[in-house]
Write a new protein. Structure first.
Length: 385
């Protein structure tokens, strides 16, 4: 889908109903993800060049926005917003965020039918308000948005679009650019992972359960996710239709510093660790991204010596997967293929996961050992293990 003017055209190829979730909002999908960055124009150019996104919308001085500049890029159902503060304004929230965290995810925006109700339901259940419901208008109609705080300085913004037909949002105009490289086959956001501090996983799992009506899809403890040196624990929270999945990670005790501790040290607190984006052809996607300069974690060659015994028959050629470092795992419903980029920022914080699901609804538990060893090798190179 090349034109996302009407978000009602969204359809998701992956959907599973979780009746234990209390869908009182309800959430229909991920609307956009907003990054606070040091240079929005350059960040947008990188994501277009390296990951195959296309120009969509722009807001800044020319559109009447005085305190920030934002570029919006799109690939199929994924919309990313890159925002940089403008000097000389009273709004210094973005400056403070950048100083503390560096480039990173500030907003995980959720598409809802009723943004007023979403704010009311979540705040009465204990959410801390980021901003109250407000109506934003232009000649293309109106959008209603509201927001709540979640872990660290990350926020959720509820977006109601049913009365809006514009390119993205009021104060934005179409971003016409002669430079729009071909896409890399990315389809939608499969899940987004939050890293929280020691002992906070259950707190935030409870938040998503009680405040937002999510269910606990699966829990991993330090026996599931560990190596000789490091470990973590994780709870995967999902909304009722399965379109939104938020794994929440916390550190677990080990001989050395885990990836979660490293993230929290360099991000200066909890935040979004990685964004998992789905593709229908992971070999094509990874091949394209490598051509464009994206670096991926190295998977030890010995991983592929036994993977066929573990996952059984698959449609893909194992030698091709080995060449690209793509991992495979299987559950009761099928199998999945996945690979992880190295950090996309100077600080070893945010990275992307590329995932292709062939029926599997899990998160690659069988790959955790190899993945952790790959991450630990990078930590050792950085001197942070």
């Amino acid at each position: 889908m090349s034109n996302l003017t009407n978000i009602k055209d969204f359809n998701y190829s992956l959907e599973k109903i979780f009746p234990e979730a209390d869908d009182f909002l309800p959430i229909m999908g991920t609307d956009y993800v907003e990054f606070y960055v040091g240079n929005a124009k350059q960040a947008a150019h990188f994501y277009k060049t390296a990951l195959g996104f296309q120009s969509l919308a722009y807001a800044g001085l020319e559109t009447g926005l005085k305190d920030r500049t934002s570029y919006v890029v799109v690939q199929d159902k994924i919309r990313l917003v890159f925002t940089t503060p403008m000097p000389g304004t009273k709004n210094d929230e973005i400056f403070k965020h950048l100083t503390k965290h560096g480039d990173g995810v500030k907003v995980i925006a959720l598409w809802v039918e009723d943004a007023r109700k979403s704010w009311e339901e979540t705040t009465k259940r204990g959410a801390r308000s980021y901003f109250e419901p407000r109506v934003e208008k232009d000649d293309d109609g109106e959008i209603v948005r509201s927001g709540i705080h979640t872990y660290g300085d990350t926020v959720h913004i509820f977006v109601e679009r049913k009365n809006y037909n514009g390119i993205f949002m009021p104060n934005f105009e179409k971003w016409d650019s002669h430079y729009n490289p071909p896409g890399c086959g990315l389809k939608y956001i499969d899940h987004m992972v939050g890293n929280v501090d020691w002992g906070e996983m259950n707190t935030w799992a409870k938040f998503y359960n009680e405040v937002m009506g999510f269910a606990n899809l699966i829990t991993f403890d330090d026996k599931d996710i560990s190596t000789e040196y490091t470990a973590l624990m994780s709870k995967v929270m999902t909304n009722g239709n399965g379109r939104i999945k938020f794994p929440i990670n916390e550190p677990a005790k080990g001989k050395k510093k885990s990836q979660i501790e490293e993230y929290i040290d360099f991000y200066s607190g909890p935040g979004c660790q990685h964004i998992a984006v789905a593709t229908n052809d992971i070999v094509f996607t990874v091949s394209e991204m490598k051509k464009r300069g994206v670096e991926f974690l190295y998977v030890p060659g010995t991983y592929y010596d036994t993977v066929s015994d573990r996952v059984g028959e698959i449609a893909e050629d194992m030698e091709t997967l080995k060449k690209h470092g793509i991992m495979v795992d299987r559950d009761d419903e099928g199998y999945l293929l996945q690979i992880f980029t190295k950090p996309l920022t100077d600080r070893p914080t945010l990275f992307f996961e590329i995932i292709q699901r062939k029926g599997a609804q899990s998160f690659g538990k069988g790959n955790f050992q190899a993945l952790f060893e790959s991450i630990e090798a990078e930590q050792a190179r950085r001197g942070t293990l």
